[in-house]
Design a protein around this ligand. Structure first.
Ligand code: NAD
Length: 313
């Protein structure tokens, strides 16, 4: 399959590498010139589960893409705040036949994608794969993961299932989901609690779990997600979701010592965050549906304030 990865950061490199190794024709598109130039000059380099790999992928700068670049599938892997700009830059390659899969974290990306892509061609999903960017042209790819996806229009699932097969043939473990909106909301609850609170408190997830107020904060945040989700016909039980997050994230023996990606982006690397598509999306949707969202509103404001204090770019 001819595949364009639009947004070739840590996750885009993982997907690009694995899909290339499964004999797909993969092209990367990105907005970071040094990164694109390095990949074109030296190949995409990765530490893949301890093994050093170099794959000869072609990369394009997003503003240099033209209609000659065609693909059966575009996989979107920008950060949320880069999505609109990426789609605008690559619109000449999006034909009525191009399928577009969005695997970004967060809620509501389809509203942006629909400005550029026919609804029938949009697939949404989420992924449990992880990846780290080590520098221009270089990724650190450890562990295992999975993908769940579904067509946005909720109709014929043939294309979505074909794409699952292409991804699974590349060992990316993709499954068709009958209820992807639930999976997206559930993951957004993890990000809307662990990412934002650990970033504000500058702590890892186990440390957050040891605070006396963590449980109440999680209940408050998740209940706002749940009330908004109900307006979109997604049933997100509050206690069950909080219990899932606490069980999955606080364990000191496994993942609890991990600092979530928003902490790494903002506190460590002074990069802007995806807060507007996580807690911020709940605030906007809450305003639309008449649902008060004081926890998510304060968290969004505090993260944006911290971006200013840390001069994030
Ligand atoms: P990323 O930050 O690695 O890359 C996103 C974009 O930022 C790319 O275009 C990249 O080139 C650019 N970029 C990265 N570092 C840069 C630097 N130092 N200077 C200039 N530009 C730079 O993002 P990601 O981690 O691949 O995430 C993409 C999407 O996938 C996000 O929505 C994220 O939430 C989601 N996601 C990430 C992971 C993960 O483990 N990384 C896991 C699941 C979902």
């Amino acid at each position: 399959m001819k595949i364009i990865i639009a947004g070739a950061g840590a996750m885009g490199m993982r997907f690009g590498l694995m899909l290339h190794e499964a004999n797909n024709e993969v092209v990367l598109v990105d907005g970071w010139k040094e990164h694109v130039d390095t990949i074109n000059a030296h190949g995409l380099k990765a530490n893949f589960n301890g093994e050093e790999k170099t794959v000869p992928l072609k990369a394009y700068l997003k503003d240099e893409v033209d209609a000659s670049l065609r693909a059966d599938l575009i996989i979107l892997f920008t950060k949320a705040m880069q999505l609109d700009g990426m789609l605008k830059s690559i619109q000449s390659v999006i034909t009525p036949e191009t399928n577009v899969l969005c695997l970004l974290n967060g809620i509501g990306h389809e509203e942006i994608i629909e400005k550029y892509v026919k609804r029938e061609r949009i697939l949404i999903g989420n992924t449990m794969w992880t990846a780290g960017m080590e520098g221009p042209g270089r990724a650190k790819l450890f562990g295992n993961g999975s993908i769940a996806l579904q067509e946005l229009h909720g109709g014929d699932a043939t294309v979505a299932k074909d794409i699952c097969k292409v991804l699974s043939d590349a060992q990316l473990n993709a499954e068709y989901s009958e209820n992807i909106r639930f999976a997206i909301y559930k993951k957004a609850c993890v990000n809307g609690t662990m990412n934002s609170l650990c970033t504000l408190l500058e702590c890892n997830m186990a440390q957050l779990g040891e605070t006396a107020t963590a449980h109440d904060m999680l209940m408050g945040i998740v209940s706002e997600f749940s009330k908004v989700a109900k307006h979109e016909n997604v049933d997100l039980p509050v206690e069950e979701t909080v219990n899932y997050i606490e069980t999955a994230c606080y364990n000191r023996e496994t993942i609890g010592l991990h600092y979530p990606s928003m902490h790494q982006d903002l506190v460590k690397n002074h990069r802007l965050t995806e807060i507007d598509c996580i807690n911020g999306a709940i605030v906007s949707k809450g305003q639309k549906y008449g649902v008060p969202t004081p926890y998510c509103q304060l968290i969004t404001q505090l993260i944006h304030a911290k971006e200013v204090v840390l001069e994030a770019k």
